[in-house]
Design a protein around this ligand. Structure first.
Ligand code: GTP
Length: 285
């Protein structure tokens, strides 16, 4: 389409003299054409193949053709016979916008499915800066913001909330034996198993290195422990592979759970979790 547009314009039009060109207009219109091309390439690079991507691709392509015609219009002049080419320049953009509207509609449905999958990894808002790219979960800072909010709500809620800190046993040894990439895969797998076995209201984040933290809003200590035990059990069934061989002995996680009280602070709760987990590790080691 690009080649066809360039060829048609160059064959049917005549180049303007330099002093006839309006440079400010050309820079603005050229900038728009370049930006639509960048969006087009970004769409192809970042999105998976499928109907939404196809619609976005054709929509943006059509818009790019319009922008390109508009830009070339600054450099070429058309005789009476071919003046229709100038009049047509907005037409591809209209088709592009219609295609992109369909893309938005299907994207909305796609996003609903993704939102459902992300439910236990984020609550209320999305902030990419706090994402942990190894586990696909949010980082500790995201959790800290949520704990602060829950603490602020604690007085008006009839139920309190609980927090649990999890640590993978012998993760250093796993790193040494199977390498960082395998160890990163294990972190990802355990993060996924944890979120699969949480309730839709719970929130799991990566806390630090091989530690995960879970927030259980509106939950009593007994209820939280019940979910934690289920998560721990499911992680223990996980069998990672190394070159098709099963790796055993690295699917154990230790945990400590606390229930927040009205007098607690964020730092106080995190200290309770860290100390409790350290005691748990010491007692099992
Ligand atoms: N592959 C990988 N390793 C990490 C990452 N972050 C931290 N680590 C490693 O994780 C380990 C965490 O240390 P510990 O929690 O003391 O290790 P551990 O062997 O689980 O010790 P215990 O908890 O006492 O069983 C260290 O060896 C870190 O180098 C990461 O993002 N990827």
């Amino acid at each position: 389409m690009l080649m066809l547009t360039l060829l048609t314009v160059s064959q049917l039009g005549t180049l303007k003299h330099l002093d006839e060109i309006e440079w400010i207009d050309s820079i603005g219109e050229g900038g728009i054409a370049v930006m639509t091309l960048i969006w087009l390439l970004a769409t192809l690079v970042t999105r998976p193949k499928g109907a939404v991507t196809n619609l976005l691709f054709f929509g943006l392509s059509a818009m790019h053709i319009s922008m390109l015609l508009d830009f070339l219009d600054e450099f070429f002049i058309f005789s009476e016979r071919y003046n229709w080419l100038s009049s047509l320049e907005a037409f591809p953009a209209v088709i592009g916008m219609i295609l992109m509207s369909f893309a938005m509609y299907y994207w909305f449905h796609e996003q609903q499915v993704l939102n459902h999958l992300l439910q236990k990894k984020e609550r209320f808002y999305r902030t990419h800066g706090l994402n942990d790219y190894i586990t696909g979960l949010y980082k500790a800072d995201y959790m800290k913001q949520h704990i602060e909010q829950e603490l602020a709500l604690l007085n008006s809620h009839s139920h309190g909330f609980c927090l649990a800190l999890f640590d993978i046993k012998d993760f250093t040894r796993f790193n040494q034996q199977y390498g960082v990439i395998q160890a990163n895969n294990l972190l990802f797998d355990i993060g996924q198993i944890m979120t699969l076995n949480l309730r839709s209201t719970d929130l799991a984040c990566r806390f630090a290195s091989d530690c995960f933290i879970v927030l259980f809003p509106n939950t009593s200590y007994q209820e939280a422990v019940h979910v934690v035990e289920q998560v721990t059990k499911m992680v223990s069934y996980h069998t990672p592979y190394n070159n098709k061989k099963v790796i055993t002995g690295f699917s154990e996680i230790r945990w400590h759970c606390v229930e927040a009280a009205h007098t607690d602070s964020l730092d106080g709760l995190l200290a309770q979790l860290n100390n409790g987990l350290a005691q748990c590790k010491a007692s099992i080691a």
